[in-house]
Design a protein around this ligand. Structure first.
Ligand code: SF4
Length: 381
């Protein structure tokens, strides 16, 4: 490109921005029109970590499981657009199209659409059916796997939920992890917890389980990198997975924010590292953080160690309080960020025409086993 044409490209930027913003306005109004036309036949779900431009079009916002469970109850809905990541859309499909719900709707399925099929989750991908099965088989050489309960965080693939379903295991959320661990440990001697080591460790330590009873399973090493004695003495075997968004927070961030805002309260997600969760004033799920900050008195000061789009929205929704990101450098979930207005608009158009794309459908036998472990979780509440 010549210097002159390069200069031209820069001088034309403001008008290009105008074109872009008028394009966005058109998309917003097109989505509004189609949503009015589709009424209750369409449900748009938005996870808290989605962009604002998506959240404005959602019928429900929440944590992943909360959204799927609420959507499954709908009787008029024909299509769910899940603005979240792949494992969330899978859970929505499993719950919305369970045998019980299908019977209630005379066999009519609800189609679950994911606006970008590439919206996965690096943590969910850290534990696959193959690697967990290999671990299970390897563990059998050291411990009695009949006395081992597999527990999967809902941030995992449907195949892993099905594995838990088949082995008497349970799913958990960051809200009910403690209740689920307690239930499992009443029935079994020990637990294999995947994929998030931090949620497992933070919850176990909070329950008073000794550090010596926690072991980390490294899938790339023999016996997960443990001795036979460590495995035999263990109560919780933690999978070596983590969330790249929450693992970025460090104890130094807490020191720095406390210096900058004396008296600030630090609240973090339990997917953060142990030293961060212990140094913070409190730790809890996304819904817990939302409620704690929203219900705190005017003038409160909060630093939140969780996904930054969510923290920035909390700051806007609570103008009478100071709400800041725990770290100077924002921590955005790139997978959630893949969903944007053009992609949402394409899904709403598809729901309107009936020519569906990006349908997430869990294979029937996997869905049936996965539902078992989700139901066991609901029984633990
Ligand atoms: S925030 Fe973490 S756990 Fe959630 S989708 Fe993103 S990478 Fe996965």
């Amino acid at each position: 490109m010549s210097f002159r044409s390069l200069q031209g490209a820069f001088t034309s930027l403001p008008s290009w921005n105008k074109v872009q913003s008028s394009g966005m306005k058109e998309l917003h109004s097109r989505i509004d029109t189609l949503r009015r036309r589709l009424g209750n036949r369409l449900l748009i779900l938005g996870h808290h970590y989605q962009r604002d431009e998506i959240i404005v079009h959602t019928d429900l916002q929440g944590d992943s499981f909360q959204l799927s469970a609420a959507a499954a109850k709908s009787s008029d809905c024909e299509t769910i657009i899940f603005c979240g990541v792949h494992f969330m859309a899978e859970t929505a499909d499993i719950l919305a199209n369970s045998a019980e719900n299908l019977a209630r709707r005379n066999g009519r399925r609800i189609n679950v659409l994911l606006p970008d099929p590439a919206a996965g989750c690096s943590m969910a991908d850290m534990a696959t059916r193959q690697t967990v099965e290999r671990c299970w088989n390897e563990l059998a050489a050291f411990i009695d796997t009949d006395d081992l309960a597999p527990i999967t965080y809902v941030n995992s693939t449907a195949e892993l939920k099905a594995f838990c379903g088949r082995h008497g295991g349970i799913a958990c959320t960051s809200t009910n992890a403690e209740a689920v661990l307690k239930t499992a440990l009443k029935e079994k001697r020990r637990v294999l917890f995947f994929p998030d080591q931090h949620l497992g460790r933070n919850t176990a330590l909070k329950m008073g389980i000794a550090e010596s009873e926690l072991v980390l399973w490294d899938d790339t090493a023999a016996a997960g990198g443990n001795t036979a004695e460590q495995l035999r003495n263990s109560k919780i075997i933690l999978w070596n997975g983590y969330c790249c968004v929450h693992q970025k927070f460090l104890p130094d961030h807490i020191d720095a924010i406390r210096q900058l805002y004396p008296g600030i309260r630090v609240i973090v997600h339990p997917e953060c590292r142990r030293d961060v969760a212990e140094k913070a004033d409190e730790a809890g799920s996304t819904s817990y953080i939302l409620n704690r900050i929203s219900e705190s008195p005017s003038g409160s000061l909060w630093a939140a160690g969780t996904e930054s789009r969510f923290v920035e929205r909390l700051a806007k929704q609570n103008p009478d309080k100071t709400v800041v990101n725990l770290a100077m450098q924002p921590s955005y979930c790139e997978f959630m960020g893949l969903i944007d207005l053009p992609k949402l608009s394409a899904m709403v158009e598809a729901a309107d025409t009936g020519v569906l794309t990006n349908v997430i459908r869990v294979e029937e036998s996997v869905a049936a086993d996965a539902l078992l472990c989700l139901k066991r979780m609901l029984a633990c509440q």
